[in-house]
Design a protein around this ligand. Structure first.
Ligand code: SF4
Length: 363
């Protein structure tokens, strides 16, 4: 019997690792494939539900392993149950948040890669926490499997009013708490696990990573074989303002970031998204829209405008509708592809930049 601290979390093992483990128990390797399928295809989270395994193996799994380590502290819902935010406690006590958003044509989960974040963006609730710790691959994967189970069970409940809702989780965005490229190795293992056709089988195009602009991470992603989507938080075309909003800009200023982005586009031939959170009177003027259009002119890119979501205690305001549409029109008139992000879960603090892992009162 293993102690609670070193007990094997099956979500932390790739299939080849699981085959080695199962063989060390005197079992044939194909048993690992059965377990893997149960976890990632059937979404089993209890060995006793794996009825294609012998009872003795199920008992062994029950005593010697665990399927997941995240403790659900609470789940809040909004948008008629189609947005759900989970607060999970990690071993050691830190908490992270995960947000599921179900739309008519897709079900997307936004997952965290770190507890807290060291990047310190001044408009972001997570940034106020500082970095608490990196998540393991299994802790990242487990958030996705939680969402996949929610979709499986929740969508039928909402189906009366939304007959065409998806029945399966379709997209994963690494845009929750933390900077994925600051936890690259573990995060990438999670990406490979979720993509693995023998298991969860999520297409690379259905996976999106968002970075604050860590240039080494962008260049590393350009070399990966798996063509996942890249989103870069830009938020302004001016270095002085960007350094004020995002301390990372002092290390990787805009010119360096754009050069890395161009390298990424040339190597992968993939379109990049630039995220631009709109803050009233700070980065939302017509002149700033023009500067942004000039900066990205000719690049294979898309701008995602995000009306800022309120964070208690921050002296910032979201841009009004008029300013948002003027900003968007200026970009479009200059031939820049641009959309405004549809808001979800603002009232349960599940929207972009609001995640801080603070349990709040019931909605
Ligand atoms: S916006 Fe992202 S990178 Fe910046 S502090 Fe928040 S979580 Fe970290």
């Amino acid at each position: 019997m293993q102690t609670e601290e070193n007990i094997l979390n099956l979500y932390d093992s790739s299939l080849p690792e699981l085959e080695n483990i199962v063989q060390s128990w005197g079992q044939p390797a194909y048993r690992a494939r059965q377990i893997y399928r149960q976890i990632y295809v059937n979404l089993a989270d209890d060995p006793q539900a794996m009825t294609d395994l012998a009872l003795t193996l199920r008992e062994h799994l029950t005593t010697e392993t665990r399927i997941g380590t995240l403790e659900v502290v609470r789940v809040q819902s909004a948008d008629a149950g189609l947005t759900r935010k989970a607060l999970f406690r990690l071993p050691g006590g830190a908490v992270v948040e995960t947000v599921l958003m179900v739309y008519p044509d897709r079900a997307t989960v936004c997952v965290s890669t770190q507890a807290g974040c060291a990047m310190g963006c001044d408009f972001c609730a997570t940034g106020k926490l500082g970095l608490l710790r990196n998540l393991s691959p299994g802790e990242i994967v487990e958030q996705v499997l939680w969402a996949a189970r929610e979709v499986k069970h929740l969508v039928p409940e909402a189906s009366d009013s939304h007959p065409k809702l998806p029945q399966k989780l379709s997209n994963v965005v690494f845009m929750g708490m933390g900077e994925p490229f600051a936890n690259y190795d573990r995060w990438w293992q999670a990406v490979e696990r979720l993509h693995d056709p023998r298991g969860f089988n999520l297409g690379a195009r259905n996976l999106t990573v968002s970075t604050v602009g860590l240039v080494p991470g962008i260049l590393r992603l350009a070399e990966e074989k798996l063509p996942i989507n890249l989103a870069i938080s830009l938020h302004t075309a001016a270095d002085t303002l960007r350094s004020e909003m995002m301390p990372v800009n002092r290390r990787y200023p805009i010119a360096v970031l754009m050069e890395a982005t161009q390298t990424y586009i040339e190597k992968t031939n993939r379109r990049v998204s630039f995220e631009y959170v709109l803050l009233e009177g700070r980065n939302d003027s017509p002149e700033q829209a023009t500067d942004l259009a000039k900066l990205v002119e000719g690049m294979l890119c898309h701008i995602n405008l995000i009306p800022w979501n309120p964070v208690p205690g921050m002296p910032l305001s979201r841009s009004n509708r008029q300013r948002i549409s003027t900003f968007q029109r200026i970009l479009q008139d200059r031939g820049v592809a641009c959309t405004v992000r549809v808001e979800r879960g603002v009232e349960i603090a599940a929207a972009c930049g609001q995640l801080a892992g603070v349990p709040v009162s019931s909605p």
